[in-house]
Design a protein around this ligand. Structure first.
Ligand SMILES: Cc1ncc(COP(=O)(O)O)c(C=O)c1O
Length: 408
């Protein structure tokens, strides 16, 4: 006989996690049970506007019908082969993703951190095989306040002590320079440099948008120095900023683009290294891989994601709604907001610390039915699904205004 587990309340479920779940996150006290579009519903049936969208993994909203349909169709046919065999979905996914990004070849992986790790390996291999850097001497230049994931190699070049402390010894071969500083970058690059690895907009750091000309400068500098430009577009890419890739704002084509998050349509983890042929062709069988990378379910969902982006609709929405977001935030400057940075439908908002930490503001917004998440200190990040309506966005901005005015 099947036993019926009585439904548990949000408070009970949060309490039940405590003894059995590693405490590597500090979630807001909301227990989501279902979702559709830009809205989620908790266990008790309360509805919230999702203004975080899974850190941009849900650019197309929760359960976008075209993505769910693609997943269902594939679930009924074939889900996993491993790369020991070919599968009938992978070629189309790779072809269309390469075309979408203006690059040539694709290395499919699963999570963002894996794409970053893979990008690092590919850049090093390219440095030895093509550039002629002496064995084990390759360096990669990265930016301070970066966020590229949580693996041991990636935290080796993080400047966030919380991410690093207790996890050494660290992987050598990285040089850290200030973000948005071309002179510092130029000084750090030498004949051992395999690549410059940066986020075109630093997400976790608080949506830090570099000065106009920085990305074009990185492109020019790396070309001159004969090293690769690796753009981590895992959070900034796939429509979020109003373009397919954030580097397009400066008409830049990097040598290597790292994608993840929204590539899985909010359904499965899908990431990829997309690069020029000369770069990705350095890999030979056995040198790199992943059991799940490029599996048919991931490829089917990823292809459906690419298909949505090919229409240009989501990039357009991000631009138009981004205008509303920017205008709304401008009216809040001096009224609880001390400053903000935004591009497309993505903003880092610095709240007056006298009004509370980012965490406290996020909790107050949650109680008013709007989900956001703090980054550092008193900064909150807004990144709603690109499917959100203008009215929903304006409603969230109004709620933020009330929360900051302490009217609720
Ligand atoms: C720019 C960037 N790179 C890499 C990652 C890591 O992705 P994942 O959490 O899927 O490993 C993130 C995650 O937030 C990110 O924002």
């Amino acid at each position: 006989m099947t036993s019926v587990v009585p439904a548990r309340t949000s408070a009970e479920l949060i309490g039940a996690e405590e003894p059995v779940l590693a405490h590597n996150y500090h979630p807001l006290p909301v227990v989501v049970a279902r979702a559709e579009g830009a809205w989620v519903e908790d266990v008790e049936g309360r509805r919230y506007l999702d203004m975080l969208a899974g850190y941009s993994a849900l650019n197309f909203g929760h359960r976008h019908p075209a993505l769910i349909e693609a997943a269902h169709r594939q679930l009924d046919r074939l889900t996993l082969t491993s790369r020991a065999f070919h599968n009938d979905r992978l070629a189309e996914f790779a072809e269309r993703l390469a075309a979408l990004t203006g690059l040539d070849m694709v290395l499919p992986m699963n999570t963002g951190a894996e794409a970053v790790e893979s990008g690092i390996k590919v850049a090093r291999k390219w440095a030895y095989d093509v550039k002629g850097v002496p064995a084990d001497r390759a360096t990669i230049v990265v930016a301070a306040d970066n966020f590229h994931g949580r693996t041991t190699t990636i935290v080796s070049f993080s400047t966030d002590e919380v991410a690093r402390a207790g996890f050494g010894p660290f992987t050598p071969g990285f040089r850290v320079v200030p973000y948005n500083d071309l002179a510092a970058l130029e000084a750090a690059v030498d004949e051992t440099t395999a690549a410059v690895l940066i986020e075109p907009i630093q997400g976790e750091a608080g949506v830090i948008v570099p000065d106009d000309g920085y990305l074009a400068g990185v492109r020019e500098l790396t070309r001159r120095a004969g090293c690769l430009f690796v753009a981590d577009e895992i959070q900034s890419g796939l429509g979020r900023t109003g373009r397919t890739l954030a580097v397009e704002h400066e008409s830049v084509v990097p040598d290597v683009v790292l994608l993840g998050k929204a590539l899985g349509g909010g359904i499965v983890p899908v990431s990829a290294v997309v690069a020029r042929r000369e770069v990705l062709q350095v890999l030979r069988p056995g040198e790199h891989g992943s059991t799940f990378g490029g599996n048919p379910l991931a490829a089917a969902v990823g292809t459906a994601v690419v298909e949505l982006l090919e229409t240009g609709e989501f990039q357009r929405r991000a631009t138009e709604l981004g205008g509303i977001l920017r205008e709304g935030l401008e009216t809040l400057v001096g009224k609880g907001v001390v400053g903000f940075r935004s591009r497309g439908l993505w903003a880092g908002v610095d709240v007056d610390p006298a009004l509370g930490t980012g965490r406290e503001v996020s909790e107050r917004l949650m109680r008013e039915g709007v989900l956001v998440k703090d980054t550092h200190g008193s900064t909150i990040r807004l990144a709603p699904p690109l499917t959100v309506t203008a009215e929903e966005l304006q409603g969230a901005l109004h709620t933020l205004e009330k929360v900051l005015a302490r009217q609720v």
